[in-house]
Design a protein around this ligand. Structure first.
Ligand code: ADP
Ligand code: ASP
Ligand code: MG
Length: 422
C-alpha cells in the first residue's frame, strides 16, 4: 500500500461529468489499496472569471491591499472543486473529506498572488488517511503568518500537489492534465510534437521556466529539492484502464542523467509571449549604470529577465531588458520618472509585442554549434533576433511576437524533434 498524490487540472475538473470521472479514477486507485490524497484545480475558466470580476471593479490597481482581495476571490474556485469532488467520491461509495489550504494548513509567505509555500502540517491529513478516507486538498491556496488567504500564482495547483507529496513523502505525485504527457513543444502549436517518455528534471525546470505551462516552475523546483517522483499524464483516458498501465503512461520526470545512448541534443522547445522589451537610450557608459537603471526596477518588485548592454559610442550606450508584460507600463513610467533624470538618458522606448523562444536540452552541454544552428534556422526564415541569452542547457532568443509560431515550427523540424528517437 502506497501513499499517492493525484492532481487534476481545470479541464479535467471542467464539468460535473468530468468530476465524476475523476472520482471513478481515484476510487479505482483507492480500491487497489493506495492511500489517496487528491489536489484539484478550480473548474476550467473559473479563476479567469473570478479575477475578471475584480478587474471590472478596479482595472489598473496593483496595491498590496488589492492583491490581498484578489487572493480572497481567486481561492474560492478551488474551494468549490474540492467539495464537488468529495461529494462525487462519496457517491462512488468511498469515504472522502475535503479541505481548503488553510484547514490543512498550508503555510505560505505573504506575497499575494504569487505566494511561496513554507510548510505543510500533515497531521490532520494523515489521521484521515489512517481512518481510510480519501483526502482532497484545494490546490493553489494557503495562509500567511497573519492568517490572510494567499494564492500561489497561476498554475499553482501543480505546486500544491508536489508540495503535499513532498511533505507526506508520497510514493509518487501524478499530475493529470488535458495532454498525455510532456511534449517536445506545446502540441497545440506544433501538431507534430512528440510525447517524451521521460524528461530530465533539469530540462523540465528550464522548459517550465521558459514558458511550457504544462507544469508550474515551482512544482518542478519542489520535486527536485525533495526528490518527489513526478509524472504527467492524461485524465482523458478511460477511467477504468488497467492501473499498472496507467501508472506507466505519460511522462516521468527523471533525476538521474539519462542512460540512453542516443541522448537528443535538444529535448524541447519552449516559448513565452508574456514579456515586453524596454530600452533606455543614450545612458553614460560608466561603472554603476546597470545598477542605476535596474535598481529602482527591482525595488518596485518588478522581475527582470533578459538584459543586454550595447557597446558604447562617445561614452554613451543603450541598455535593454525584458519584464513581464503586465509590468510594462509601470516600468516605463518608473524609468521616465526615476532613471532618466538621474542618468541623463536620452529616451526610454519599448516593445510589448515580443516573445521569447528557447531550445532546451542537457545534450547541449556536450555538443557545440547548437546555438548557431538555431540562429541559422531563424535567419533562413527571415526572423530577426533582437536579444539572445544562453545557459549550459538552453539558448533563448527574443523575436517579434508575430513570428513565434513560425520560429517554433521551424526549430522543431530542424532539430528533428518530430522524428522518433532510438
Ligand atoms: P491543467 O489545467 O491540467 O493544469 P494546463 O493548461 O495548465 O493544464 O497545462 C496543460 C497545457 O500545457 C496543455 O494543454 C498544453 O497546451 C500546454 N503545454 C505547453 N507546453 C507543453 C509541452 N511541452 N508539453 C505538453 N503540454 C504543453
Ligand atoms: N486555478 C488556478 C489557475 O487557474 C490554479 C491552477 O489551475 O493550477 O491558475
Ligand atoms: Mg496547469
Amino acid at each position: 500500500m502506497a501513499l499517492i498524490v493525484h492532481k487534476y487540472g481545470g479541464t479535467s475538473m471542467g464539468s460535473t461529468e468530468r468530476i465524476r470521472n475523476v472520482a471513478k479514477r481515484v476510487a479505482k486507485w483507492a480500491r487497489a489499496g493506495h492511500q489517496m490524497v487528491v489536489v484539484p484545480s478550480a473548474m476550467s475558466g473559473e479563476t479567469n472569471r473570478l479575477l475578471g470580476l475584480a478587474k471590472e471593479l478596479s482595472p489598473a490597481s496593483t496595491t498590496p491591499a488589492l492583491l490581498r482581495e484578489l487572493d480572497m476571490i481567486a481561492s474560492t474556485g478551488e474551494q468549490v472543486s474540492v467539495g464537488l469532488l468529495a461529494i462525487a467520491l462519496q457517491a462512488e461509495g468511498l469515504e472522502a473529506v475535503s479541505y481548503t489550504g488553510w484547514q490543512v494548513p498550508v503555510r505560505t509567505d505573504s506575497s499575494f498572488t504569487k505566494a511561496r509555500i513554507q510548510s505543510i502540517d500533515d497531521a490532520r491529513v494523515r489521521a484521515d488517511l489512517a481512518a481510510g478516507r480519501v483526502v482532497i486538498i484545494a490546490g493553489f491556496q494557503g495562509l500567511d503568518e497573519n492568517d490572510n488567504i494567499t494564492t500561489l500564482g497561476r498554475g499553482g495547483s501543480d505546486t500544491s500537489a508536489v508540495a503535499v507529496a513532498a511533505a507526506m513523502k508520497a510514493h509518487e505525485c501524478l499530475i493529470y492534465t488535458d495532454v498525455d504527457g510532456v511534449y517536445t513543444t506545446d502540441p497545440r502549436i506544433v501538431p507534430e510534437a512528440r510525447r517524451l517518455a521521460t524528461v530530465s528534471f533539469e530540462e523540465m525546470l528550464e522548459m517550465a521556466s521558459l514558458g511550457s505551462k504544462v507544469l508550474q516552475i515551482r512544482s518542478v523546483e519542489f520535486a527536485g529539492k525533495y526528490r518527489v517522483p513526478l509524472r504527467v499524464l492524461s485524465s482523458f483516458t478511460p477511467w477504468d484502464i488497467d492501473i499498472a498501465e496507467e501508472a506507466r503512461s505519460g511522462t516521468l520526470i527523471t533525476f538521474e542523467e539519462d542512460e540512453k545512448m542516443e541522448q537528443a541534443v535538444v529535448a524541447g522547445i519552449a516559448f513565452n509571449r508574456d514579456e515586453a522589451k524596454i530600452t533606455v537610450l543614450g545612458v553614460p557608459d560608466k561603472p554603476g549604470i546597470a545598477f542605476q537603471i535596474l535598481g529602482p526596477v527591482a525595488e518596485a518588485n518588478i522581475d527582470i529577465d533578459v538584459i543586454i548592454q550595447n557597446v558604447s559610442h562617445d561614452g554613451k550606450t543603450d541598455f535593454s531588458f525584458t519584464v513581464h508584460r503586465n509590468d510594462y507600463a509601470r516600468t516605463i513610467e518608473l524609468l521616465n520618472t526615476k532613471v532618466v533624470p538621474q542618468t541623463a538618458a536620452t529616451n526610454v522606448v519599448g516593445d510589448p509585442k515580443i516573445c521569447k523562444v528557447s531550445i532546451v536540452g542537457i545534450g547541449m552541454r556536450s555538443h557545440v554549434g547548437v546555438a548557431s544552428k538555431m540562429f541559422r534556422v531563424l535567419a533562413d526564415e527571415g526572423i530577426n533576433i533582437q536579444m539572445i541569452t544562453t545557459s549550459e542547457i538552453k539558448t533563448s532568443v527574443v523575436i517579434d511576437e508575430k513570428y513565434m509560431e513560425l520560429a517554433v515550427r521551424a526549430l522543431h523540424k530542424a532539430f528533428d524533434l518530430d522524428q522518433p528517437t532510438g
